[in-house]
Design a binder for this molecule. Structure first.
Ligand code: SIN
Length: 535
């Protein structure tokens, strides 16, 4: 495709943050949105439960702020949460104006409740397909705008840096294994990383295959600071059936009354938190992990139970989940649904200010790839779509106001050699080894000894990827493997350094929260060190 080698603004990623930014930028310049699959394939698209937003005025906003701060376990950066809660209603109203259709009854928006929310404030669309509706409406809005172009099935392989400023990117087609994928270059006045999370760093994840942390790895390579990488949120309830994917079973199911039961039929959350099934997500995930272990180190089943819910037509309220479960002969109204936690959302990422600026000039980040500190150690359920809208718009505004001139990049990107089918297979095996390592060594329950073992296995994977890329070879999966390995390394480093338990980061060897030392954010330094800063 003709992407042109000069654009005003380049956006990496077509989830909610990237699309919202593109909508803003397009009023002022040409925008190229690069996405490595089709536009619809993002974490945003699969978001089920909804979008948390306080549409009822000042008091409502103040409550949303407090819930966000409380869920974050002591280290939410309050100014970021204030921005999220206060600007959220405007961004959602705007989205509705642009065509997003949220569920309503008698014209009024319907709201549900999820874990750690003090009231029902979560808007949803088509029952349990909120992300898909937001993605649809933003894409439609961007597509009619003549100044937004999409480069689908295209990936950014490098950020081009001159004099500490990002001036453009190197791109390649996301070509299938074994095909030549020669790169080209594009210059841009500013580049936004909105490429989402990295759930694929773990063997068990709710995230789609595209969530490989590419943007985070690219930014780190260009010198951008990463923050809070130890905080990976594990969603408590992914489907746990042999042979089935770790399909997300939305927290909204518990918001509508689902119980959690162990294999003895006990409603065990009574022993863990006064909010029971609607406790903060990290608490519920660890409770399920504990109930799911037997004393001999084996596993026991844990279930979601909605059989008692009589006031709702569950198939109508949750059509996507019901259809998926039906493939496995299960129905919410009649069956116990086996669940276990899975990696879901990265609270950390590329450190940014409240306008999406990273520590590298010309480079911005927003959404799951970024870390403003808004989620602290544990994200409040359904705050991520709102985060994408609010901080995507803010990053775009900063890209416009910082107003850098275009610097032409030289077009001559170096040709790469394709990998053989055997080499591609080796990459798959190495990625699987990395994912198993991260799950076993840097998962829900961590300790120094196993984290250190994780480093050794991650280093072996890194060396395998490096051996192929040093021969001038390139492929999409090799790039993804390298990105996952870099993200994995960052998680391990930060998790070793935080010798306390807080939010999603639980250390068996340091089970208490240590506010004296660690009421702070972790920053990874280029020399391999980790520093803790109070924001
Ligand atoms: C869910 O529907 O449970 C996921 C929503 C979220 O991750 O906030």
């Amino acid at each position: 495709m003709d992407t042109g080698s000069e654009v005003d603004f380049l956006v990496i990623g077509a989830g909610v943050a990237g699309l919202r930014a593109a909508a803003e930028l397009a009023n002022h310049g040409d925008v190229l949105v690069v996405t490595k699959e089709s536009v619809g394939e993002s974490n945003t698209h699969y978001a089920q439960g909804g979008i948390a937003v306080a549409m009822e005025g000042e008091q409502d906003i103040a409550l949303h702020l407090e819930d966000t701060v409380n869920a974050g376990d002591g280290i939410v950066y309050r100014p970021a949460a204030e921005v999220l809660a206060a600007e959220g209603p405007l961004r959602v109203a705007e989205l509705i104006e642009w065509g997003a259709r949220f569920d309503r009854a008698d014209g009024r928006l319907l709201r549900t409740r999820e874990g750690a929310h003090s009231l029902a404030r979560i808007l949803h669309a088509n029952g349990d397909a909120t992300g898909a509706e937001i993605s649809r409406s933003l894409t439609a809005f961007a597509r009619v705008h003549g100044r937004v172009r999409f480069a689908e099935w295209t990936r950014v392989t490098e950020l081009l840096v001159t004099d500490h400023r990002v001036i453009g990117v190197e791109l390649a087609e996301a070509c299938p294994a074994g095909k030549d994928c020669n790169p080209w270059r594009a210059s841009a006045r500013a580049v936004l990383v909105a490429s989402g999370g990295a759930g694929q760093v773990y063997s068990d994840t709710t995230n789609p295959a595209v969530a490989t942390g590419d943007g985070i790895a690219l930014a780190a390579q260009a010198g951008a600071e990463l923050a809070d990488m130890e905080f990976y949120q594990f969603h408590p309830t992914a489907l746990s059936l042999p042979g089935a994917p770790r399909f997300l079973l939305s927290e909204a199911l518990r918001g509508e009354g689902a119980y959690l039961r162990n294999d003895r039929g006990e409603r065990f959350m009574e022993r863990y938190h006064p909010l029971l099934e609607l406790a903060p997500r990290d608490v519920v995930a660890r409770a399920i992990a504990r109930e799911g272990m037997d004393t001999a180190g084996g596993t026991r089943a844990v279930y979601l139970d909605m059989r008692h819910v009589r006031n709702l037509n569950l198939r109508e309220r949750f059509p996507g989940i019901s259809a998926f479960l039906a493939r496995y002969g299960l129905a919410l109204a009649y069956d116990l649904i086996p669940v276990r936690p899975a990696a879901h959302y990265l609270m950390g990422g590329i450190r940014t200010d409240l306008a999406g600026r990273t520590s590298v000039d010309g480079l911005y980040a927003a959404g799951e790839a970024a870390c403003t500190g808004v989620h602290g150690a544990n994200r409040l359920a359904s705050n991520s779509l709102l985060e994408g809208l609010v901080f995507g718009a803010r990053a775009a505004q900063a890209m416009l106001s910082d107003s850098r001139p275009l610097v032409r990049v030289d077009d001559g990107a170096e040709a790469r050699k394709p990998l053989s089918p055997q080499e591609e297979q080796h990459i798959e095996t190495t990625i699987a080894k990395l994912q198993d390592t991260m799950w076993a060594h840097a998962g829900l329950l961590r300790e120094e000894r196993t984290l250190r073992e994780g480093f050794a296995a991650q280093a072996e994977c890194e060396a395998e990827f490096a051996a192929l890329s040093s021969q001038g070879k390139a492929s999409r999966r090799l790039t993804e493997g390298q990105a996952l390995s870099r993200v994995g390394h960052a998680i391990l480093r930060a998790a070793v350094a935080r010798t306390e338990s807080r939010g999603a980061h639980f250390r068996k060897d340091y089970p208490q929260r240590d506010d004296q030392e660690f009421c702070k954010h972790s920053i990874l330094q280029r020399d391999g060190g980790v520093v803790f800063e109070a924001w």
